[in-house]
Design a protein around this ligand. Structure first.
Ligand SMILES: [Fe+2]
Ligand SMILES: [Fe+2]
Length: 320
């Protein structure tokens, strides 16, 4: 896909999509399913394979050619049960979407369904997950995160909340090491006056999910975001629209969650959507134009379903 050329000013057009669950399990072997994956496989056969459609994803790719974002963020759950072949399928789809330079991916709980070998799974997505060279640190798997990519005055800060969990549990966790690095990244990018966009799979606020599906260290994350500051937080996981905020002494941090990018809409409020954010630095603040585009089953295309604006205070720029 052709992405728009970068402009020199502090402005960026970003598309956010999530939870495409784009893989097929038709080739799965019985011996690959002798653990928690068996439950996930049964769930896929009974309902999930009808809830997520490649036709919707093809229409989404077509629509992205028209909206033409400079960068695409994908907040996890590309797979169903994290089989090695699913990671290869997802990589082929990512290649259709764009290069690792213009597409950023973080994993979701389904991408860490059970413990897997890095080489056979997440390694396929490395170009889409790793930080810009200047911010890269040694490590693989969850040690890649927080990832940091800087584009036109915007710091794209990716967190991984994907950890293997017990059957019927879909919790996420960042862990102390990732939270400590996040503090440093928020501080450094804030001092440079960048727009800090944090993206992760699970909703950051623990109260926004039940105990089996929440981010277990979400309270600690919210404390860090309040203390160090962030301009916008994006997530997936719930497969529904969720507009909330993290309330801090200094103001509110907007938090946006979105439906699955491939959902045909069997349940009310679950029809596929993606969001387009146009960020523009103005005098002392950032203007954020938010456009929501949704799947229209009758027409077989994505079309506008909502829009609004945010005004976000800008950190003073010191050296960017
Ligand atoms: Fe999901
Ligand atoms: Fe999820």
């Amino acid at each position: 896909m052709n992405m728009r050329e970068k402009s020199a000013s502090d402005s960026l057009c970003i598309a956010h999509l999530s939870d495409p669950h784009l893989t097929s399990l038709h080739g799965a072997r019985w011996w690959q399913l002798i653990n928690k994956r068996w439950l996930g496989y049964r769930s896929w056969r009974r309902k999930r394979r009808d809830q997520h459609s490649s036709e919707v994803l093809d229409a989404l790719l077509q629509d992205l050619r028209a909206t033409c974002p400079e960068h695409v963020l994908i907040t996890g759950d590309l797979t169903h049960i994290a089989l090695p072949d699913e990671f290869r399928q997802a990589r082929r789809w990512l290649d259709r979407l764009g290069s690792g330079e213009t597409v950023s991916v973080i994993p979701g709980n389904h991408d860490a369904y059970v413990r897997t070998a890095w080489r056979k799974t997440w390694a396929h997505w490395l170009p889409y997950m790793e930080s810009d060279p200047a911010w890269r640190s040694p490590g693989r798997g969850r040690k890649l995160f927080p990832s940091l990519r800087v584009r036109n005055g915007v710091a794209l800060i990716g967190l991984s909340s994907a950890v293997p969990t017990a059957p019927l549990v879909a919790n996420g966790r960042l862990g102390a090491r990732q939270r400590e690095r996040l503090v440093r990244i928020l501080r450094q990018t804030g001092e440079r006056g960048l727009f800090r966009l944090v993206f992760l799979h699970h909703p950051p606020r623990p109260q926004d999910e039940n105990w089996r599906r929440r981010l277990t260290d979400g309270s600690a994350l919210c404390e860090i975001l309040c203390r160090e500051g962030a301009e916008l937080v994006l997530h997936g996981h719930g497969h529904i629209n969720a507009r909330t905020s993290i309330d801090c002494a200094s103001g509110e941090i907007p938090v946006y969650g979105i439906p699955s990018a491939s959902a045909v809409g069997h349940k009310p409020g679950h029809c596929a959507q993606y969001y387009v954010y146009r960020l523009l630095r103005a005098q002392g603040h950032w203007q954020v134009q938010v456009n929501v585009r949704g799947w229209q089953p009758e027409a077989g295309v994505f079309a506008p379903v909502g829009e609004h604006q945010l005004r976000v205070p800008a950190m003073p720029s010191t050296n960017c």
